[in-house]
Design a protein around this ligand. Sequence first.
Ligand code: MD3
Ligand code: FE
Length: 209
Amino acid sequence: MSAPQQRLELAPGCIWWPGYLDRAAQETLLAEVEAALVEAPLFTPRMPRTGQPFSVRMSNFGPLGWVSDEAGYRYQSFHPDTRKPWPAMPALLEAAWRALSGAAAPAEAALINWYDPGAKMGLHQDRDEQDLTAPVLSLSLGDTALFRYGGTERRTPTKSIRLASGDALVLAGPSRLAFHGIDRILTGTSTLLGRPGRFNLTLRRVSPP
Ligand code: MD3
Ligand code: FE
C-alpha cells in the first residue's frame, strides 16, 4: 500500500485510487484469497427464479457473505455448498476499509468475484444491503477489467474505465446506487496470477450501524 496514491473522483462519491495496492500488497492479498478458497471454494451463483448460472464465480470473507440462487439474492453466514462459516476477513482488507471507506463500522462482507476470460457482469445496482448509506469498496487483482458505470437510473448514459490489478474504487453517497457492470476482462494485462483471469473483492457493510 506504499505506491504513490492518486485519488480521482469519477462522479460524485465515486472515487478511484489507481494502483492503491502495490505489488507486495497484491501478492499478500492474493495469497489470502487463494487460502480462503481452499476452505470456501468458488461457487456458481444462479439467477433468482430462473436458476440461470452467472459467468462470474464467487466466495466470501467475513461474518456475512452474498449468495444468489433460485430463492433470491441474500447475505448469509455460511457457504451455500459446504454450509461452513465464511473465512475471516483478512487484516489487509480491514485496513483498506478503514483507510478508504470513511465508514464508522467495520465491513461485514467481502465478496470474492472470480472472472475467467469471457466472464462478465451485467449492468446492475447493489441494493441487497440493509444499510444503503454505507459505502462499498472494491479492490482488483489480476487482469484488467473494462468497468462501466452510469447513474441511479438504468437509462442514464454510462462511462467506462479500466480497473487494473491493485486499483481501489469507493462508491459512496450518490454513487452508492449507481448502475454498474463488467463488460470484459482484458487477458494478458497482469502477471500477478500467472494465469488469465481476475479477482475482484467487494467490501460491504450490511447491517445498520
Ligand atoms: C458501483 N462487482 O460485486 S466492482 C459486485 O468488478 C460488482 O466484480 C464488480 O459489481 C466487479 O456487485 C464491480 C466495482 C463496484 C462495486 C460495487 C458498486 C462498483 C459499484 C456499488 C455501487 C456502485
Ligand atoms: Fe455490483
